[in-house]
Design a protein around this ligand. Sequence first.
Ligand code: UDP
Length: 408
Amino acid sequence: MLPQPLKIAMISVHSCPLGKLGSRDTGGMNVYIKELAHELSQKGNMVDIYTRTEPEHGGVIEIADNIRVIHLGLGSDDEIPKLAIYAYLQYFICGMENFRKSRDINYHLIHSHYWLSGLIGKQLKSWWNIPHLCMFHTLGAIKNSIGIGEDEPELRIESERDIVQEADRIIAATERESQELIAYYGAPAHKIGVIPCGVNTKIFNHIDKYSARQRLGLDHENIILFVGRIEPLKGLRRILEALPLMKTEKPSRLMIVGGDEHNKDELAILRTMSQELRIEDRVTFIGSVAHDTLPLFYGSADVCVIPSYYESFGMVALESLACGTPIVATDVGGMRNIISSKEVGYIVDNNSPHQLASRISDILSINGNSKKNTILRRERAQKFSWSNIADRVLAQYQNALEHEIVSL
Ligand code: UDP
C-alpha cells in the first residue's frame, strides 16, 4: 500500500511547467509534468514541482490543491543557457533542502525529469534516503546518433549513464526508448517501466471543421498542420520540401504552429527555404499558440504532420487524434503505438519529402473525415487518458518504495 498522501518531490530544473509552450525548451515535458501532477493530486497525493526562477514566474505558486510549483534561483543570473545550469546544480540542491526544511516536509520519493534534474535526484536520493525515479524525455546519445542539430556534449551522456545506474526506477515512454536505454547506457532492464504519455481529452475535443475554420478566418483549401517546438530535429525542412510534390485537386496550405523569438534562426532558415521553393504564399507561420486554443487548429486541419527525426513520444499525435484529425508521422517515438489503422493515419519509414508527400496526398484525396473515422480517432486517443497514465506511474512509485523497504 502506498502512503496517503504520497509526498512527491518532482524536479524540472531547466524548464518551468508554467512556461509558454512551443517556445525553445518548453514542450511535451512541461505538459507531461503538469498533467501528471494534476492526476496524482486528484488521486489524493501531494506534488511539489521544483524549477528554476524565470523572469515571468517566481516564488511558490499553488497551481491546484496539493500541487505547488516552487521557483528557486540558481545562485546567479537565472536566464543562463540550458547547459550552463550544470554549474549551478549545487545551489539548486541547497535551495530544495532549505525549502523542505522550512516547511517541515518529508518526501516519500523524488521524480526527476531530464538529465539535469536527474543529477539533482541522484544526489538528493542519498541525502534524503528516499527512492529516485527518473524520466529522461530525450536521450543525448540518441540525438547524437541521428546527427541533426547541435551535438550533445559528453558531459550529458556520462551524466545520463550515471543516473541510470543510480536511479531506483526509470520511466521510458516507449519500448523503443527502453531498448535504447539498455543498448546505449547499459541500463538494467529490470529497473525500466514503459509508460506512454497521455492526452487531456477535455481540452482536446472534436470541433466541427467548418466552425473551427470560421473562427480562425480560414477558407476551403487543404490544411496541413504542424504543431511543435521549432528545431531541426522536428524535420520541418523536409515537410517544406514535400509541399511542392503533393498531387491534390485543391491547393494546400501548411500551417506551422510553434516558435517565438528564441527560434529566430531556424525560423529564418524555414522562411528562406519557402521562398526558394516558391511556396511562401502556401506556408503560414502562426507562432506559439496557447495549449487550450490548439483544438481550433487541429479541428480546422485535414491532416496533422509529424516529420520528426526523433521524438521521445510525440504527444501532438494524440492531441490531433483527440480532435478527430488524422496523422502522417515518421516512425519515431510512440507512433507505432498510436497509429493503429489507416483511418488514424500513416507511418512513413523516414521523413523523405516523397514519402511525406505521398501519404499526405493519400489522406487529402479521400474524404477521411467521416463521422465514423472521427469517432475511431477519438477512441484511439482516449486509450491514453492521463488518469490511466498516473495509475501506471503510481505503480512504479509503489515498486520503488517496496524495493526500498526490502533493501533496508
Ligand atoms: N504546444 C503548445 N503550443 C504550441 C506548440 C506546442 O501548446 O504553440 C504543445 C503541444 O500541444 C504538445 C507539446 O507542446 O502538448 C509538444 O509535445 P510533443 O511531445 O509533441 O513534443 P516535444 O516538445 O516533447 O518534443
